[in-house]
Design a protein around this ligand. Structure first.
Ligand code: GRF
Length: 232
């Protein structure tokens, strides 16, 4: 298995990234724009979508990026998770990424797929993990009357939304917020958090090998997650 933190030691070598998507792909677009502008030392080598109607597919194709559509509903028949994972693994092995990014990818992946993937995986989640794993995070924040909300990027492990949190961006919930408004505010944070996190990984400032309990992290590095103060 190649690792982002170890495979990309040269500053000149772009980090090879595969992105998994299910929807609009606005986060993918941010990475495409940053790559094309030379602002991020990455090469997006391929995109996998589990939905054939995802606008992310258009964004990737417009940028000349290879796309694999592994639709979860093919000819009216749902593709089982095992079949999806077999095809996705084959595709990822062919692409040989250094890092796999789940950006709005809405299918739950099995532990064996994650463990056998050819690169480590990170996921973007719209809550301040470890609170509000799973769906409907904005609604749950409002129902609980929380004062703060935001998004997290974490390592993907077999347990849903439970891997080591790497980075977070935080906002204050205000009196006018509805679930829709919070979604839009959090998404603006995601668009900044994702490229910053990938830059830190590409430059080996953040490591997917180090967790917050290791002596290296506790003695020399700030405790994870890194919280980025992003003001709008
Ligand atoms: C993001 O807001 C993410 O938090 C959620 O799905 C959304 C994906 O947005 N899980 P996009 O497809 O990147 O536009």
């Amino acid at each position: 298995m190649t690792h982002a933190a170890t495979a990309n030691t040269s500053a000149q070598t772009p980090l090879r990234i595969a992105v998994l998507v299910s929807g609009s792909g606005s986060n993918l677009q941010v990475l495409i724009d940053a790559m094309q502008a030379g602002a991020l030392p990455i090469e997006i080598i391929g995109v996998i979508s589990n939905r054939e109607d995802a606008y992310a597919i258009t964004r990737a194709k417009d940028a000349g990026i290879e796309v694999a559509v592994l639709s979860h509903v093919e000819s009216g028949k749902r593709m089982g998770i095992k079949t999806f994972e077999a095809h996705a693994n084959e595709q990822l092995v062919a692409w040989q990424p250094d890092l796999i990014v789940l950006a709005g990818f809405m299918r739950v992946l099995s532990g064996s797929f994650i463990d056998n993937a050819p690169a480590p995986m990170i996921n973007l989640h719209p809550s301040l993990l470890p609170v509000y794993k799973g769906l409907d995070t904005h609604q749950r924040v409002l129902q609980a009357g929380d004062r703060h909300h935001g998004c997290s990027i974490h390592k993907v492990t077999a347990e849903l939304d439970a891997g080591q949190v790497l980075t977070q961006a935080v906002l204050s919930v205000d009196i006018n917020d509805t679930a829709e408004r919070l979604q839009s505010r959090v998404q603006k944070l995601e668009h900044k958090l994702l490229p910053w996190t990938i830059l830190l990984l590409a430059k080996n400032v953040l490591s997917l090998e180090v967790d917050s309990t290791s002596s290296q992290a506790t003695n020399y590095l700030p405790t994870l997650p890194l919280q980025l103060l992003i003001t709008s």
